[in-house]
Write a protein that binds this ligand. Structure first.
Ligand SMILES: NC(=O)c1ccc[n+]([C@@H]2O[C@H](COP(=O)([O-])OP(=O)(O)OC[C@H]3O[C@@H](n4cnc5c(N)ncnc54)[C@H](O)[C@@H]3O)[C@@H](O)[C@H]2O)c1
Length: 279
């Protein structure tokens, strides 16, 4: 690793004037990302969501005549054929796809005994959708010598999360994939950022009786989606591979790496101290 210099850092990716796809844009962090892209002058933002009505209503709220073109589409990111077809359609209708924000994600609230179809669904949504979108969008980006991926992962992908085995595992995989993309294509003009927040106030944290929800709320500050989206775009624009809207996650990662036994003991104690659910 000798000889690394600031010039080795990612170049960064300015979003103004770009054609961007945001998955899971019908609510929460995805909707906030779409709004931030509009604010920063993206040319076209395509909002894709399983919930087509929610995506359409966010798109309508973001529409301003003469500004960013905002389009809503229905998409299940776990449907690889549909996801790849959407990338091809965007490239054909808008001439290019510059930025893919793979943001749609799901929690399961399940443990090791989660039914196999639930493990598979988490795998398909939280990881394979990132893989298929990258595989479909990369050829055009590499031809143009520039492009970017913003992967919404999670602090659970750097650390872990109590109460949701499929989420912890698939988010680790998503961070690993983002890092691999950055390593493999960074020198060819591709910017990759993995967004890894702790708690964010969205519908994902609405089910208070889930251990995973109580764990996240008990781990630290719960941020507004808008703040998370701004931190994500700031990191992307400055070429940071990790976007940490909660900067304390960096110290947690360090503590975990330097003494795994103490880190796990701390986590177990934190889980044991969580308030129980009143029935
Ligand atoms: N809320 C948090 O505390 C938190 C923390 C870290 C990471 N994240 C991640 O942020 C991302 C966005 O979640 P959020 O917190 O905004 O939750 P959210 O539930 O508000 O938004 C998720 C959106 O994704 C859509 N979606 C779900 N499955 C889909 C699919 N198969 N295809 C297309 N769209 C689909 C939903 O309809 C919804 O609009 C997820 O990847 C999540 O894992 C959330």
């Amino acid at each position: 690793m000798q000889g690394a210099s600031p010039a080795d850092a990612g170049a960064g990716f300015a979003v103004a004037g770009r054609v961007a796809l945001v998955t899971g844009a019908g609510s929460g962090i995805g909707a906030a990302l779409a709004a931030a892209l509009v604010d920063r002058g993206a040319a076209v933002v395509i909002l894709a969501d399983l919930d087509a009505v929610a995506a359409a209503s966010i798109a309508e709220a973001l529409h301003r005549p003469g500004a960013t073109e905002v389009i809503a589409v229905a998409l299940d990111v776990a449907d690889a054929t549909a996801l790849r077809a959407l990338v091809a359609r965007i490239e054909s209708e808008h001439g290019r796809l510059d930025l893919v924000c793979s943001n749609a994600g799901i929690g399961t609230g399940a443990g090791v005994d989660a039914p196999v179809p639930l493990w598979q669904r988490a795998w398909d949504v939280n990881l394979m959708a990132h893989v298929h979108a990258a595989d479909a969008a990369l050829p055009g980006m590499l031809d143009r010598g520039e492009g970017a991926f913003l992967h919404t992962c999670s602090a659970a992908g750097l650390l872990t999360i109590a109460g949701d085995a499929p989420y912890a595992v698939t988010k680790h995989a998503a961070v690993a994939f983002a890092e691999w993309l950055a390593l493999t294509y960074g020198a060819r003009g591709i910017t990759v950022t993995a967004l890894c927040p702790l708690g964010v106030e969205t519908s994902m944290l609405a089910t208070e009786d889930l251990l995973a929800t109580r764990f996240v709320r008990g781990t630290g500050r719960v941020l507004a989606p808008d703040a998370v989206a701004l931190a994500a775009l700031d990191a992307l624009e400055s070429g940071e591979m990790l976007a940490l809207p909660h900067p304390e996650v960096a110290a947690m990662e360090l503590a975990r790496a330097s003494d795994r036994r103490t880190w796990l003991a701390r986590l177990r104690a934190a889980v044991a101290a969580l308030p129980t659910v009143s029935s």
